[in-house]
Design a protein around this ligand. Sequence first.
Ligand code: SAH
Ligand code: SF4
Length: 384
Amino acid sequence: MLPDIRSQTRETLAAQFAAWGQPSYRLDQLLGWLYARRAASWDVMSNLPKALREELARTWSLHLPELVTKQGSRDTTQKFLWRLADGALIESVLIPANPALYGDDSDRHTLCISTQVGCAYGCRFCASGLDGWKRNLEISEIVGQILAVERWAASQPVEAAPVTPAADASATPAPAPAPKAPERIVNNIVVMGMGEPMANYDHLMPALRALNAAWGCGIGARKITISTSGVVPRIRDLARDPLQFRLAISLHGATDAVRGQIMPVNRKYPLAELTAACEEYVKLKGKMITLEYILIAGVNDGLDQVLPLADLAHRLHAKVNLIPYNKVEGLPWERPADDVCETFADQLDQHEVVVTLRREKGHDIDAACGQLRLKTEKQEATTA
Ligand code: SAH
Ligand code: SF4
């Protein structure tokens, strides 16, 4: 199969256009079709000459992820399950504006995207790693999640305004054309879906560049957050990248003893090394990082974790995002009682840590990473 055109960098495309003797404005037109207009076929690219479209079709393929199912409704968390060209299933989650999380008040929606099929990191609590790692996503498949959600949103009619009863009840009002949803709904991206983004760094970074670029999706770098379980060398690479993407660390334990129990990555990169890499990131970028801390009953919710967590947060000038665990079918872990979560948050607050306690959105629609895919794969296996 031909490589997907959205896996090419702008530079490669420019070189190919130059080799074909195409003027540079043709490349701008093509990029407009690929990213702003989210084209799903060559035929729609009406301002490109037919001969060029044929040449493009001989050189590259053009795919967007295909929607298998969507759970949730407008104004709530919506979860998309996509099928890729080779049949693999991945997920993206669309979360309505929430200023307390990663964005600011002007947020429309945050999209949580996947970077791999499965995950090799095997964190004990996580559904994404249960079936192991299958493959890395291509650049086009990472970008494609945003484009496919935008395409889907643009095809949705806006909710009809309430109808005021007509004075003459027998009069039939003229049918109004279905209004279209706004052009773009995603202005915030969190790379927190299935997979370890830093283990697919070579595809992740060009994908994020295309999402950020003016010729691409035009999403501000500060509105793109990469979450990692702690792949130290890539955190150091990211610290040197000129773009200002945000960084979140999946900490989930403030001592090696606790973290090592639930995250195998901690054996390779223990807390001292992780902290040193984060310090370098903060120093080079001058930016705040977020420490993600899932609260799992009886595992890491003890108050003995508060002090080391507060120390880490102070050293890294980081804020702490507490997330009550989302139960995964087949795994023994449980979410702590609400008051346990609140006490944990209060104690951090008393140690002057900037802390938020997340009320998990989408708890009832398998929104934790990897869960919908797992369920669908099981269903498909039993009906096959
Ligand atoms: N691999 C990366 C990004 C994907 S996981 C990472 O680990 O950071 C995104 C976040 O979801 C991580 O913080 C992860 O620990 C968390 N997560 C995984 N399973 C979860 C669950 N069942 N409930 C709540 N959060 C979960
Ligand atoms: Fe992989 Fe992140 Fe899940 Fe760990 S938490 S298994 S790194 S997706």
